[in-house]
Each structure stands twice: as C-alpha cells, then as structure tokens.
Design a protein around this ligand. Structure first.
Ligand SMILES: [Zn+2]
Ligand SMILES: [Zn+2]
Ligand SMILES: [Zn+2]
Length: 185
C-alpha cells in the first residue's frame, strides 16, 4: 500500500485500490530519468506543464517534446483544442504510481504489475519514467474533472467525450476507475 500520498488531498484506501494493486516501494524518480528518450520527455521538474489531451484517443500525453509520439488512431497524438495540463512528479498530492511511457508519451498507471497496452504496440515502457501523481475525488476550483483510468490500456483518458480509442481495441473502459482531475493553465 502506498502511504506517500498526502498534502491537501488525503486519499482514502478505497480509491487507491481502484487503479489496481499498488506495489510496495515506489520506484525512485530522478535516478531513472536518463537515456536518449528523455531528450523529448517531460524531464524531472516537480511540477510539469505541457501535458496535453489528445482529441482523438482522449488520452493525456506529454506534448512538450519535438514529436507527438504515436496515437492508436494513427500518426501522432493531436492536441488541437487542448488545455495546458499540469502534472506533478516525485512529490505532491495525489495517487502515486503513474508513469510516462517513452513510446506513446501517455501518462499511464504503473502501480500494478501490468504494463497495460501501448499506442505504439505491445505494452507501455515504464523504465525511463519517474513517479507521477494524479489526484482524484472532488476537484478544487480551477481543476478539471472527468479524467479516468482505463482498465485495458491503463492510460489516463478524458471521459467527457465518450470512450475515445483504446490501444487494446475499441473504446476505453473506465469501469473501476476513480474520479481523477487535473490542474491546467
Ligand atoms: Zn492520441
Ligand atoms: Zn505507451
Ligand atoms: Zn484504454
């Protein structure tokens, strides 16, 4: 059980379990942030902007690099119309265990033993990511509700436009997800 969550949003045990079984011992963040993939990755800042919503697959991905990676719909993710979302890294409020995939650039839940399904084929890669946090419950003012964890691809996706397109085929399945929210600028 992860006990590092805290700050202004104390997380009930019930909700933590909703994204899967959390493994003991969070993986250290900064030490893992190396390798060529990070040239286009989100880096190690504790508070990171440039995360974007893809208007095709509905997933949240890091859009601050030189490419938009790979979307299951084809080509790169398309963040036309997206806000500039902010995701916290290493510390801060929210549920730990989220990861950036260096293949599809999405934020996905890596706190269980499954690596989900990647937009770029196969499963997500967790090896060059730090430990991200995503809050859930009742959002404070200025933060956007409607984000959900997909129990098939493990991505964080926006649920307000239907189910989008899932790397596991068809639409995302948000059954069992907590009610996540994100700050944006
Ligand atoms: Zn996409
Ligand atoms: Zn991926
Ligand atoms: Zn999915």
């Amino acid at each position: 059980m992860d006990t590092s969550a805290g700050g202004r949003h104390e997380l009930p045990r019930r909700a933590v379990l909703k994204a899967g079984a959390v493994t003991a011992g969070a993986i250290g963040a900064a030490a893992l942030m190396s390798g060529p993939a990070m040239a286009q990755g989100p880096g190690t800042d504790a508070v990171q902007s440039q995360w974007r919503w893809c208007n095709r697959c509905q997933c949240l991905f890091y859009g601050g690099g030189t490419t938009t990676a790979w979307c299951i719909v084809g080509g790169g993710h398309d963040y036309g119309g997206s806000g500039n979302y902010i995701v916290t890294h290493t510390s801060g409020p929210g549920q730990a265990g989220w990861r950036w995939c260096n293949r599809c650039y999405c934020l996905w839940y890596g706190g269980s033993t499954s690596d989900g399904r990647c937009h770029n084929g196969g499963v997500h890669n967790r090896n060059t990511s730090g430990d991200y946090r995503v809050s859930y419950g009742t959002p404070p003012s200025g933060e956007q509700p409607g984000w959900r964890w997909c129990n098939r691809c493990y991505c964080l996706a926006y649920s307000g436009n239907g189910t989008g397109s899932c790397p596991a085929g068809g639409g995302h399945n948000f059954s069992g997800s907590g009610t996540y929210y994100l700050p944006y600028g």
